[in-house]
Design a protein around this ligand. Structure first.
Ligand code: SAH
Ligand code: SF4
Ligand code: F3S
Length: 459
């Protein structure tokens, strides 16, 4: 039986693609292995969103070698594969085959071809009509949390972004199929699903089938209510596109306990001029209106965002507007990125004129502001009780007594294992429990907050 090692970079869509590729490969008679050095095939699922992400692939391909000095077959899928296609064979000579983002259903066939002929193969073709979007429990990244793609591709063409080129145009999956998939996951014991897509709230299926019985100002908010009606414990969704963020999404969250109180809404820049140059389709005023609506929700919805610093032509004053926006919104968490030119995008035609040192300086100043609001948000959780899904056993069973003198730390025998999981507002919580609570939703009283994490006691 041929063994396949699959390593994934990039966003949740890539994680989800990998789960489906592993599911199909296992069904076709391959064995998935976590041990790279035992693999006959090493497959990289790649990301191209920033230059650094792309470079990871070239570094990793160069490292692939079996312990006996031979080289397993190396395949590349994901966004770099789609963008580079057959040029990857010359750019990265260790690569044997290339699979585009929509060709993931055919990985098994391509591997067979490579084994038979020892030649190079690539498939950048479109997705099969009958592509199977389901995943097998054994191939998911977690037994309790599952990703459910609802829309693929992107039509927005923000000027800095490669995704529309690597993922193609937006295509929404049928609502009835999504709801059916969520019901199956619920029956399999999955507690939390994430509806995923580059822009989930641009969801626009070809037909209304599956949504007829649900209210909603947009197909996405109808879908949220339809998925909520399956009764699955928790539903999260990401990413939301600000321009298409209808206030009815907040209403749906307020009406349905199982629609989680967390929204990820990237604002990218606090300057209207920069937003226009990015072609984001929203202004800061319209963004803040949406934030205000979210903030007044009785559910206390947590907010997270993505921000880019150093977009071409961004001035110090414009950057200060980004800082101001971040200060106003008080995000629970945020991802800040330094602008990275992506060849083929409109912004890459502009001079990358914010100097590297200046970009780093803006990035660090922004991080400081983001850190302050994150700390405040985490500290506000202390002494409160949250429902936490125990997703994995975390750090070691024995803890050191920090009150003792350095050099003679006695080990406290703790009563149970340590677990890690998320709240409905997507904060990470570590806690101890003497019962095996893995996969259960438990009440945890928060006792301490650290940089990115909360600590608590089961109650
Ligand atoms: N579809 C989502 C995000 C997709 S990519 C959205 O529109 O918000 C994830 C994040 O990567 C983006 O939000 C953006 O902040 C960042 N990003 C994308 N292209 C980038 C680039 N060329 N340089 C730096 N950051 C980038
Ligand atoms: Fe990229 Fe913009 Fe599409 Fe997000 S919406 S994936 S940033 S083009
Ligand atoms: Fe990266 Fe492609 Fe996702 S570029 S962020 S893996 S859609």
């Amino acid at each position: 039986m041929k063994k396949v090692y699959l390593e994934t970079f990039g966003c949740q869509m890539n994680v989800s693609d990998s789960e489906r590729v592993a599911t199909r490969l296992a069904a076709e008679g391959f064995e998935m292995t976590a041990n790279e050095s035992a693999a006959d095939v090493v497959l990289f699922n790649t990301c191209s969103v920033r230059e650094k992400a792309e470079h990871k692939l070239y570094t990793r391909v160069g490292q692939v070698r079996n312990p006996d000095g031979t080289k397993p077959i190396v395949g590349v899928m994901g966004c770099v594969a789609q963008l580079e296609g057959e040029t990857l064979f010359a750019k990265s000579p260790g690569v044997d085959f290339v699979i585009g983002t929509q060709a993931v259903g055919r990985v098994g066939k391509v591997i067979e071809n490579v084994f038979e002929t020892r030649g190079n193969f690539y498939d950048l073709g479109v997705r099969e009509e009958n592509y199977d979007w389901t995943t097998a429990p054994a191939q998911r990244h977690s037994p309790y949390v599952a990703f459910v793609p609802i829309i693929e591709g992107c039509n927005k063409f923000c000027t800095y972004c490669i995704v529309p080129f690597s993922r193609g145009r937006e295509k929404s999956l049928p609502a009835a199929q999504i709801v059916r998939q969520v019901s199956v996951l619920r029956d399999q014991g999955v507690k939390e699903i994430h509806l995923i897509g580059q822009n989930v709230n641009s969801y626009r299926p070809k037909s209304d089938v599956g949504l007829e019985n649900f209210r909603g100002a947009t197909p996405f908010s109808k879908l949220l209510r339809a998925v909520a009606a399956t009764g699955i414990e928790r539903i999260k969704f990401t990413t939301s596109f600000p321009r298409d963020f209808h206030p009815d999404i907040v209403d749906a969250i307020n009406e349905n306990e199982n629609l989680c109180n967390w929204v990820h809404l990237p604002f990218q820049s606090g300057s209207d001029r920069v937003l226009k140059a990015m072609r984001r389709g929203h202004t800061i005023e319209s963004y803040l209106q949406k934030i205000d609506k979210i903030k007044v929700s009785p559910r206390k919805i947590a907010l997270s965002t993505d921000i880019i610093v150093g977009f071409p032509t961004e001035t110090e004053e414009e950057f200060l507007e980004t800082l101001k926006t971040a200060q106003y919104c008080e995000f629970d968490s945020a991802y800040a990125f330094k602008y990275s030119p992506r060849p083929g995008t409109p912004a890459a035609e502009m001079a990358d004129d914010v100097e590297a040192l200046e970009k780093t300086d803006r990035f660090l100043r922004l991080e400081k502001v983001l850190r302050q609001s994150q700390t405040k948000a985490l500290q506000s959780c202390v002494n409160k009780i949250y429902e936490v899904l125990a997703e994995k056993k975390s750090f070691k069973k024995d803890r050191k007594d920090k009150s003792a003198h350095i050099g003679q730390l006695p080990t406290i025998q703790t009563n149970g294992d340590n677990f890690s999981g998320h709240t409905t507002c997507h904060k990470v919580v570590n806690f101890e429990s003497s019962n095996d609570v893995l996969g259960k939703i438990v009440k945890v009283k928060i006792t301490e907050s650290k940089t990115n994490t909360l600590y608590g006691e089961i109650c």
